[in-house]
Design a protein around this ligand. Structure first.
Ligand code: FAD
Length: 441
């Protein structure tokens, strides 16, 4: 690019894209930041189970990108990014525009996939809560279930990496059905590809296995771990229970009136279009621990679209989740590395990837802190209670306040609070940039 003012193009307007744009603007005034998103609104994804099960109004968890970004001097383009040429440093958009960039940040989230891993019978429906449209559709199915109760299957399929929402959905639904005094009319089942309940793609966190075994028994939810969902029919789910080597031991068919299954994720086509030096075979961005692509150091990845290897080999394949706080850490690291590069500062930083997560069950919930989230860990905290439900509500309001009203996604008081209360930090200097995202120096 001819101008000395550098341009960063960010593809995706979710947690990853918005956090990166804010962190960059906080560090640098003299920088063109363009965010391209195929959706015109930011959505706070962690509240989608509440939209689906507890009728939460989506308005409170959305913000118009066309308003919040220009206020911070960030240009917003509402279009889909279709193709990236990493050699000419150009992004082609669906609206015909071609954007040149000095730095490119992929923050596209993922494509949701059930097939071909799961066979879906004609006319059968797998419900989901992974985006707003899906959550609203699922909300209708929950309303139908309340009118005409019947069995429910909630679960994950081979390759799923995001397990938390599965448990939130199941426990919130249990709570809602109890409120309507119809829980005794609904057989609830959790069918999961995790080797044990609470594995969560992370080798478990603290006592997550024992805790989820207890709470599912307490709520009489039947559980089937190490299960490979094979087929979803109009009123049933068929799956195989596997042994420790992943061999199928027996096939079970459960009746189901409402089936909600967490999908497996793949990178969107725009990442694949950049070629196999940028995208791995699943279409995720191949970054190193400093979040840039070694073959194209001006291309970065943030969020769910980043390739992180599985934590362990499991009998049924599972992926590693990327949680909100991990994503904020990635965004802060990317912003620092772009800043350092522009200023010719040789140091690089890597996200430390701690994770604080609050799972809400409707009436109560649990709080978990894992630092780092990828084991082995220095610290694990795990607490449950009614307060966790309120904490998640407050966190949602706080995050939306940050997105709408604050200039930095990790304001100083948040960083100080996390340091004082939990001794956790978002980034650390990197001694050498080899190794995949999530690995340690
Ligand atoms: C249901 C659910 C609940 C979750 N709950 C929690 C939780 O409680 N706590 C937690 O820590 N984490 C949670 N997570 C995990 C994580 O925080 C979220 O998935 C988070 O939204 C991921 O952010 P992202 O920016 O990587 O992707 P996304 O939020 O998916 O954003 C990507 C954006 O990019 C856009 N996009 C995609 N392709 C293109 C393209 N080609 N051109 C332009 N735009 C494009 C998409 O439309 C989307 O708006 C949850 C995830 C899900 C699915």
């Amino acid at each position: 690019m001819a101008s000395s003012r550098k341009r960063v193009v960010i593809v995706g307007g979710g947690v990853g894209g918005v956090a990166t744009a804010y962190a960059l603007r906080h560090l640098m005034k003299n920088l063109d930041i363009v965010l391209v998103s195929d959706r015109d609104k930011f959505t706070f994804t962690p509240s989608l189970p509440h939209v689906a099960v507890l009728d939460k109004n989506p308005k409170g968890i959305q913000a118009e990108l066309g308003k919040i970004l220009p206020r911070r001097n960030i240009q917003f383009i509402h279009s889909k990014a279709e193709e990236v040429d990493p050699d000419t440093q150009k992004v082609k958009l669906a609206n015909g525009q071609v954007l040149e960039y000095d730095y490119l940040v992929f923050a596209t989230g993922a494509k949701l996939k059930w097939e071909p891993t799961v066979e879906i019978e004609e006319g059968a429906k797998i419900y989901s809560i992974c985006n707003l449209e899906h959550a609203l559709e699922t909300r209708e199915a929950v309303h139908d279930l309340i009118k005409n109760p019947g069995p429910v299957v909630v679960g994950s399929i081979p390759g799923t990496s995001c397990f938390g929402p599965l448990y939130e959905f199941a426990f919130m639904l249990d709570y809602r059905l109890r409120k309507h005094h119809i829980r005794h009319k609904v057989d609830m089942n959790i069918v999961t590809s995790e080797p044990y309940l609470g594995y969560a793609g992370l080798g478990g966190i603290g006592p997550s296995k024992r805790y989820l075994e207890d709470i599912t028994m307490e709520k009489t939810i039947w559980t089937y771990p190490n299960a490979k969902v094979k087929k979803v029919g109009k009123d049933y789910v068929e799956f195989a229970i596997c042994d420790e080597d992943g061999k199928e031991k027996k096939t079970i068919q459960l009746e189901s009136k409402l089936t909600m299954l967490m999908p497996y994720f793949e990178g969107p086509d725009v990442i694949k279009s950049a070629g196999d030096k940028v995208a791995n075979p699943k279409g995720f961005v191949k970054t190193n621990r400093c979040m840039y692509v070694p073959d194209y150091p001006n291309i970065y990845g943030v969020g769910v679209c980043v390739a992180i290897p599985p934590v362990q080999k499991t009998p049924i394949p599972t992926g590693t989740p990327k949680t909100g706080q991990m994503i904020e850490g990635m965004a802060v690291a990317v912003a620092h590395n772009i800043y350092n590069d522009i200023k010719n500062i040789p140091e690089k930083v890597a996200p430390k990837l701690p994770a604080i997560c609050i799972a809400d069950f409707g009436d109560k919930g649990f709080f978990v802190l894992a630092d780092p989230v990828i084991p082995p860990r220095n610290k694990v905290l795990y607490k449950e209670g009614r307060w966790a439900h309120w904490m998640k509500e407050i966190f949602e309001k706080y995050f939306m306040f940050k997105v709408k009203a604050i200039k930095n996604i990790t304001p100083w008081f948040e960083e100080l609070g996390l340091k004082i209360m939990f001794d956790i930090e978002y980034i650390e200097p990197c001694k050498e940039c080899s190794g995949p995202t999530g690995s340690r120096c």
